[in-house]
Structures are given as C-alpha cells and as structure tokens.
Ligand binder design. Structure first.
Ligand code: GLU
Length: 416
C-alpha cells in the first residue's frame, strides 16, 4: 500500500499514537482530533490586466484552549484545507510545547505569488484580511508570516484590519516590520530557536558542532538564516543548500554571504560559481552530520528514509517527515528534533512581539534572544526527558508533552 501523504491524516495519526501512549480519555481524544473552527472564503482580486481573479482562502482555528489561536498564513499554489488543518494542529502542539499562552491556527491562500505583481499581492493580502477581520484580534487569533508571506504582507494586513476596526491593535498580527511594532529578532527567530535545539541535541548525541557537516533544504527566511547562524554560532560547515529550483554543493563548505549575494542577484541559489549542482533528492541523502529540512511537508518519506545518513535531523520545516519515515529513523537511531519543537522559535518571538505590542514597550535583540534561548532550552529538555523516561521516539515525546498541556486546559475549561 502506498503511503498516505495527506498532511491532516498524518497529523491525526501522530496524535492517535500519542493518545495511545498517554492513555488519553476517548472523548478528549475525539475532541482534539478536529479543528474547533474554520473559515473558507473567496477573495476577488482586481488584476493588473483589468480582469478579476477569484482566489480561495482558508483560516483554521484549531484550538484556543490555552489562549488565542496563533499561526502563520501561507500563499501556495498547492494549498488545500487539509494542509491548513494539519499546520493549525501542529501550531497547537507547538505553542503548548514551547509553553506560551496561545492556541494554534493557520491560514492559507491558493495562489502563486511568484506570478503576481506587488499591487496584486497587496490587494490579495487586504482581501484576505477583510474576510477574517471579525474573527481575529489580539485576544482571538493572531496570524503571522509563513511560506511565501513576509513582513510587508503583514503590514498590509495590519493596516486593513486597523482601518476596518477604527483603532490601532498591532498585536493582531506578528512578524510585522519594526516601524509598525515588529519585534527585534523576529526575522531570524525560527532559525535561531532551531539553533538552540541543535546545540542541546548535539550534547545528547555527543557531537562536536565545530566543523560538523550540514545540508539545508530550503533557502527562504528559515533556511537562509539557518545557514548563516549555524556557521556563525557553532563553526559548522554547510556543504549543500537548495531552493525550489535546485541545489548547490561544495564539500569544503559554502559561504553564507556569497550564496545570499548570488541569490539576491539571480533569484536562485543554483549556478553559484565554485559550487556543483545537486538535486533536492541527493541533498537529503548526503553524508552529513546534520540535515535541516527547511522547506515544506512530506520531504522525508518511506521512499528515501533508508538512504538518510545524517545523525541529527533538525526539522525547521513543518511536517517534513511522514510516519513511515519516522519508523525508519527510529530504527536507525537518528536523533530527530521534531518540527513543532525545532521550529517553535518563530512563534515564541511572535508571542514576545504580542507582549511588547500590548505594553507598547520594546526589547533589545539581545533580550529577545536570551528569553528565546530560555524557552527553547526548557522545551527541548522537557521533550528529551520525556523521550528518555518513557523510552519513546522524540516526536512521540513532544506530542506527550504538548497534548497533555492542551488536554489539561480543555479539562479545566470544562469542555470535555
Ligand atoms: N509560521 C510560523 C510557524 O509555523 C510562525 C507562526 C507565528 O509566529 O504565529 O511556526
């Protein structure tokens, strides 16, 4: 039988496994398997050629038991309601494992932003917010950037929301540009949080990060900062990176600044002088110490898991690994830092951004990073200790920590 790659089916299967280990009450399990609330809508957008194109948008508020729903908005041609549901479920477990007082949500628009002009993207972003303005807010649900969305898009959405509501409420959305109430350190936050978990995982497996070989799939906001930080913070050697157009390899290491400059000039990482081309498939299977999937879901599957040679997999992407691949990694003894732990740095600094917005009092980047380190290290220890005590795989351990926290909030509210 071929593998089921529906992300929501995968998210539910992961929860089911954790529920079994936890001995979770049947009614609680049934409640946590479904999103609490979801919005499906159309967004008509005036295109530059005078036509009107109708886009499909979604916002899923998976859980607000522990606090307002929280999670990014993706612009992607392959977006489906089930991807958004899965990503919203993972946000719920992510905020719980990071122990920040928020729930989980996610949004998406089926579109190809690479084919759209800045004006079309602005009208799409404002149209998206017009559809959900009544259902979001600092105390309801706060969106953020994700795949193909960025601080400028957050700024347009914030302006649309504040124009509709007639007041300023910067915490309605995070990942904003600094002049509109963004937080210092939010840009690199997801990658930075991942670095703290890699530092801790290296201690567990006894790996020296200096000179460690690293391959990174994805060179967007998360992957590019990961390439920069892993070199700067630990002296690790990034030997391969890729984006959706293909990858580049250099066994002596790729200098982050050179790759970033080349990307700025050409729009792609491929054809960097001094590098060899490598396919995304081959990049994942390189003989490296650390593999960082930092792109999209379903990259490590039953098809390639047996060929993975990394000792640590640091999942900066959401949902990069299927359950069948997980079984293979577990039997191979690969240390997986599961996605909703590894990439929780973004939402953690988003939470710091909401706190700063509420107080209208802003922190330095050093303070943000110190507090982020604290949160990430505590979360890592909770998961690693759970894995050791219960003798379970790290992903299951992360679920055990997260699901019991969400279930406790649901119980305390008297919902189940
Ligand atoms: N999109 C990011 C994530 O998947 C950040 C979400 C947020 O900051 O709300 O974790």
């Amino acid at each position: 039988m071929s593998e089921n790659l529906n992300p929501f089916a995968i998210a539910q299967a992961q929860l089911d496994e954790a529920a079994k280990v936890l001995g979770l009450d049947r009614d609680m399990h049934a409640f946590l398997r479904q999103p609490q609330r979801e919005f499906h809508f159309t967004i008509p957008v005036k295109m530059d050629d005078g036509s009107t194109k109708t886009f499909q948008g979604f916002r899923v508020q998976y859980s607000d038991a522990r606090g307002p729903a929280k999670g990014g908005i993706r612009f992607h041609p392959d977006e489906t309601i089930d991807t958004v549901r899965a990503l919203a479920a993972w946000m719920t477990w992510k905020t719980a494992v990071a122990d920040i007082p928020l729930g989980g949500g996610k949004g998406g628009v089926v579109c190809n932003p690479r084919e759209m002009s800045p004006g079309e993207l602005e009208r799409l972003s404002r149209g998206y917010m017009r559809n959900i303005a009544r259902y979001v807010g600092l105390f309801q649900d706060s969106p953020a950037p994700d795949v193909n969305t960025n601080p400028q898009i957050m700024a347009w959405m914030l302006d649309e929301y504040e124009t509709i509501m007639g007041h300023r409420e910067p915490g309605v959305i995070t990942g904003k540009p600094l002049p509109l109430g963004g937080s210092a350190g939010r840009g690199p936050a997801t990658a930075m949080g991942g670095m703290y978990t890699i530092r801790e995982a290296a201690k567990v497996v006894g790996m020296d990060l200096k000179g460690a070989k690293v391959a990174i799939q994805g060179f967007g906001n998360v992957g590019s900062y990961a390439a920069k930080l892993i070199q700067e913070m630990f002296g690790a050697k990034v030997i391969a990176v890729s984006d959706e157009f293909g990858g580049i390899f250099n066994g002596d290491g790729l200098d982050y600044h050179t790759v970033a400059q080349h990307l700025a000039n050409t729009g792609k990482v491929i054809n960097l002088p001094g590098s060899e081309p490598i396919s995304n498939k081959d990049l994942l299977e390189l003989d490296v110490d650390i593999l960082i999937p930092a792109a999209i879901e379903n990259q490590l599957t039953a098809q390639n898991a047996n060929n993975i040679k990394a000792k640590i997999i640091a999942e900066l992407a959401n949902g990069p690994t299927t359950p069948e691949a997980d079984d293979i990694f577990e039997s191979k003894g690969i240390y997986v830092i599961p996605d909703f732990l590894c990439n929780a740095g973004g939402v953690t600094v988003s939470y710091f951004e909401m706190v700063q917005n509420a107080y209208q009092f802003y922190w330095s980047e050093a303070m943000v990073n110190e507090r982020l380190d604290n949160k990430m290290t505590t979360a890592f220890q909770a998961v690693n200790t759970m894995a050791q005590e219960k003798k379970v795989y790290t992903r299951v351990a992360a679920y055990l920590v997260a699901v019991s926290r969400v279930a406790e909030a649901v119980r305390l509210r008297g919902w189940v």
